[in-house]
Every structure is written in C-alpha cells, then in structure tokens.
Design a protein around this ligand. Structure first.
Ligand code: HEC
Length: 105
C-alpha cells in the first residue's frame, strides 16, 4: 500500500516535469509564426502579419474563437493542415500572438 503510494507519487511528478518541459512556449510560438512549414505556399504568418499587423485585437478574443481563426488562416492562407486546438503548437502560437496586443499599434 505504502509502496504503491510512492510509485504513484513518482509517476505523477515525472508526468508534471515532462509536461512543463514540453509545454507551450513563447519561443516555439515565434518560431511557428515565422515558419514557412505550417503551410505549402512558402509563406508564414509573418509574411501577412509582419510585426503582428492586424493581430492587435486577436489577443482579446476567446481562445476557442482564436484557434478557429488561426486554423482558417493555416488552411486558407497557407494551404496547410490545421493544428490541434489543444496542442502545444497552437497554444504556443496563441501565447506569441498575445504579445501583439493593442491598442496603440
Ligand atoms: C496570405 C496571407 C495570410 C497568412 C499567411 C496568414 N494570414 Fe492571418 N489573416 C489574413 C487576412 C487577410 C486576415 C483578415 C484580416 C483583416 O483584414 O481583418 C487575417 C486574419 C487573421 C486573424 C484575425 C485577426 C482579427 O483581429 O480579426 C488572426 C488571429 C490571424 N489572421 C492569424 C494568423 C496566423 C497565426 C497565421 C499563421 C498560421 C496567419 N494568420 C497567416 C491573411 C493571412
């Protein structure tokens, strides 16, 4: 019984540590925003939204709405495959887009 408790505790802390290491990051978001690999047109988000142009208000949208818009831009504007809305890539992109928050831009 006691042994099993410790095993569970160890497994949980490993899982938490792994998640922290692989979680969404600003760096990953910036990399994806500037990457031409999200689509097949040779463009990146930054090609059409340099410096976050037109994204000033995106950070104020709710996350569900934002993931939908981002995937629309990936599918229509970049001709790529949509990202998993709950995945690290999407969450990283959103984290990075929040740095463009307006007003005043
Ligand atoms: C080929 C050009 C193009 C590319 C590439 C592109 N977008 Fe867009 N995006 C647009 C246009 C056009 C709009 C509509 C903006 C407007 O006129 O209000 C838009 C709108 C958006 C909006 C909504 C802004 C708002 O406030 O309504 C978000 C968020 C967004 N794009 C994110 C992205 C992300 C993230 C990527 C990369 C995965 C991306 N876009 C790639 C052209 C592009």
């Amino acid at each position: 019984m006691v042994k099993r408790f410790w095993l569970a505790a160890v497994l949980v802390s490993i899982a938490v540590a792994a998640q922290a290491a692989d979680g969404p990051t600003l760096e990953r978001g910036k990399e994806l925003f500037e990457s031409t690999k999200l689509g097949t047109t040779g463009k990146s988000c930054a090609s059409c939204h340099p410096g976050g142009r037109k994204l000033e208000w995106a950070a104020t949208y709710d996350v569900g709405k934002l993931t939908g818009i981002v995937n629309k831009c990936i599918e229509k504007a970049l001709k790529g495959n949509p990202l998993d809305p709950a995945g690290n890539d999407m969450q990283s992109l959103i984290m990075y887009m929040k740095t463009f928050a307006g007003p005043g831009k």
